[in-house]
Design a protein around this ligand. Structure first.
Ligand code: SIN
Ligand code: MN
Length: 208
């Protein structure tokens, strides 16, 4: 199935579906995530080598989860780094979003859950820890809006910024699969979905 909702091309290969999820679906998703976080609690990742903590906290769902720490660096692993338990399964409601927008025959293996407090941000980076770049990255935003920045496949390429609001779905694949991207800041007072101006981003990826 492909999406019927309106879309906007931000850069070639980077497509935004504004308001893809209605409010009731957003609320159901938050309840599902709270449930998942009971068995797979949020943890604070660290930068490779320096050990500097990220300002976002994260957890994962799926057969593989993305983690990072001082000694092991960026990687995927089947177990939660704190509980040593397998990650919870990706719920059907999230798999269905992938099916509607990804235009890829196989399901995602990883759903990274990033939690941003009002001061959190994420530096410009590429998603390149996956073995295969044929599948797109699908990103779902919940809660406070953010200023999202996306450029080209070189760090020095020109970037543009776009506001991502609660319920928006962003797909980056094809020529944008390895585009540098990041979150400049959270915009407080833009959503009542989560308490304390929080934001959640779900990133769905094929890994193997
Ligand atoms: C990420 O690139 O991991 C997160 C992007 C976002 O929070 O929108
Ligand atoms: Mn990313």
């Amino acid at each position: 199935m492909t999406a019927t909702s309106a879309s906007l091309t931000i850069t070639p290969g980077c497509v935004l579906y504004p308001g893809f999820l209605p409010r009731t679906d957003q609320e159901a998703l938050v309840a599902t995530l709270r449930d998942a976080a009971r068995s797979a609690p949020l943890f604070t990742p660290e930068m490779p080598r320096t050990g500097k903590p990220f300002s976002v906290r994260m957890t994962n769902m799926g057969s593989l989860g993305w983690v990072s720490d001082k000694s092991g660096g960026y990687r995927y692993q089947p177990l939660h780094p704190v509980t040593a338990q397998p990650w919870p399964k990706i719920p059907d409601s999230i798999l269905s979003i992938w099916q509607q927008v990804a235009d890829f025959p196989r399901p995602p293996e990883a759903c990274l859950v990033n939690y941003y407090g009002p001061e959190a941000k994420m530096g410009l980076h590429q998603d390149r820890d996956e073995a295969d770049f044929d599948a797109p990255v699908v990103s779902i935003s919940l809660g406070s809006s953010c200023r999202f920045r996306i450029g080209g496949t070189e760090r020095r390429d020109k970037t543009r910024s776009v506001e991502l609001a609660s319920g928006d779905v962003l797909v980056f694949g094809g020529p944008a699969r390895l585009a540098f991207h990041g979150v400049d800041r959270i915009i407080p007072g833009t959503s009542t979905l989560l308490p304390d101006n929080g934001r959640i981003n779900l990133t769905l990826r094929r890994v193997t």
